[in-house]
Design a protein around this ligand. Sequence first.
Ligand code: AHR
Length: 307
Amino acid sequence: DSGTDGGNASGPKPIEELVVGFAQVGAESGWRTANTKDIQAAFEDAGIELKFSDAQQKQENQIKAIRSYIQQGVDYIAFSPVVETGWDAVLNEAKAAGIPVVLTDRAVDSKDTSLYVSFLGSDFIEEGKKAGQWVLDEYADATEPVNIVQLEGTTGAAPAIDRAEGFADVIAENENLKVIASQTGDFTRAGGKQVMEAMLKANPDIDLVYAHNDDMGLGAIEAIEAAGLVPGQDIKIVTVDAVHDGMQALADGKINFIVECSPLLGKQLVDIITTLNDGGTVEPRIITEETTFTQEQAIEALPDRQY
Ligand code: AHR
């Protein structure tokens, strides 16, 4: 079908000679830490050299890292773009150098899809819809306005844009569901706490927090408790990720529902690279399989969680 050719005209390179450059977003969340560990372990297991850089959530650092991989003549570049826009120039440089690029986790908004071979990661709009569906069901019988506050991820990042969109689409079905405040907490625990503190001061009557990731939800829990309220009861909390600390808070009743976003992309990324190296074809879009967790499901799942 519409799969993309890796363009390996000279035949496969021996695995031990392959070099892949990976430009990571940063270490902003438990999700990101799990993602980095999984990718590094998968390449080590496969015996493929991985050059790794951490952009500390700054696009200019990521662009520098990609340029340096191009200069070093790596065989493949993989990266998780911190924001959606502004990649065409550097991706064109990789293309001109003949280095295939794989997007992992987050998308770019480039119109020119020849700038990357494949995009491996979650469907963030779907994640936002799942969060919205829980809220819609939970408040199906509400006869009064439900005051929702939203803790957004990094401004301009695909998961922040898409999780807001999917959520808004679904809750629009019930006019009692109102997002009364929405601000970025940059996907960090400290950011979530700070924004929640300000929101609690400005809005005396918050019913529910929708946080774009567990870490911001965990920060919000601290702020809610500090304000003398009970998270999960006085204020309900819905988050995305299902990392260990989030799942523990869900099992403890402090979070009400979590939409899973899997950080375990390492093995699939290695598969893409080895397939391309063998001259094979990969799908242009590979969507991660994910589920959702209620409090009861979290208690059951926690002992076997890998991260
Ligand atoms: O891009 C995935 C998102 O980035 C995760 O949901 C969040 O925790 C991370 O920082």
